[in-house]
Design a protein around this ligand. Sequence first.
Ligand code: PLP
Length: 489
Amino acid sequence: MTKDLESPSTGDIPADELRRQAHRMVDWIADYLEAGARPYPVLARVNPGDVSSRLPARAPEEPEPLDAVWDDFLKIVLPGVTHWNHAGFMAYFGITGSGPGVLGEMLSAALNVNGMLWRTCPSATELELVVLDWLRDAIGLPPGLFGFLTDTASISSLLALAAAREAAGLDIRERGMGGRTDLPRMRVYASDQAHSSIAKACITLGLGLDSFRALPHDEAYRVDASALANAIAEDRAAGIRPLAVVATVGTTSTTSVDPVASIADICEREDLWLHVDAAYAGSAAVCPEKRWCLEGCERADSFVFNPHKWLFTPIDASALYTRHPEIFKRAFSLIPEYLTTPETGTVVDLMDYGVQLGRRFRALKLWWVLRAFGLEGIRARLRHHMGMAQSFAGWVDRHPALERLAPVPFSVVNFRAAGTPSSSPAEVDALNLELLERINASGEVYISHTRLDPGIALHVAIGNLHTTPGEIGRLETVIDEELACLLNR
Ligand SMILES: Cc1ncc(COP(=O)(O)O)c(C=O)c1O
């Protein structure tokens, strides 16, 4: 019996084996990052089911050597990876799981703490709060804002809108919404350019998609603040209860910046919660010359930006700030006996501010990134990306067969092939979708698309630390070559 209990088959792998495997893996990671993943096609060249069909249907009964797992990673998994850490990745928003971030992640996994309570890892809570203060100061938001980390901007905005609902004083926390005749219909306002996570939050919070009112944008894809004021007045007249406004700093398609200060005026006048979604562009405010983009955000009730988007931190890390931490607690804090501690009520227990109990030690990777690069280093890298975006936008502007479709305030460029004078809008869309597929088939670059007022737009987002002017040059060459094939066939 005692012998059984001491059997090595009941413990973790031996330290020497861990060391051997980890050294090989770290060497691979260092080479992979140094090469900017260039040896691989940026967009995975697999068909649906290719990866799963090469995997056994059941987990192994007997232990397998880790060398075999590693081999299968290389043979089966890697070919099915789309390389977001590739120098040529310019789709959606370019991101980077940087070396310092990888180091922080590795330590976080090794410690495997659960920072649900201050006591369950005092350093996880305190480092998170301090690093979030550093970040807040770095982007010029005021000291009064309390910040904590979530996994994604979608969840940050969901929590913020739950806090807005709580602030409305409708007693939904206690009584719910179902079967109540005393509840008005509610409304959340945002631009028609806002991210889909805002409408999804309305679904999740039981407000329904009907509660999401999309407002029109101007010629630069910014929300029209007068349309917001009119919509609120119209809704009030119809007996609908306005709840919150979501302004976006750096919209998903064009990175346009809503007029937050004007929206804040309206929210203050109407007593509405203002949430700002700066998921991508918030990072830019680390550069003083880009601070303008957060003008008015100091008046927001809540504000989110994602270090995992343009701050070189591996997915996931979303920074959520609020002027009203007590309202988040009112919305979410629920403390059963088993989660009480002698410090309850005297310390910050991060479980009190959202839905999740368990919390990864995300602050570690952010701390590593901020210290390894320093704010000056981060500014230099952001400026490099914005410079490359300007250079690419200039190339588009000079190109006789292309047209740029939106301003370029940060590092994202939207453009399209103009087609011929006789092309119908549907033909121009089809031409651009085909051009997109051909560009991405190159394996050297990966870009995405969106729909803007004139039609389909090709979307180039520069945000990876490995991207150089060489990649931008390759992108231009590939566009030229593929466009020539399409136009001359
Ligand atoms: C403006 C904006 N908000 C929210 C999101 C969602 O981010 P996440 O994937 O962190 O939920 C995105 C994603 O691109 C975005 O562009």
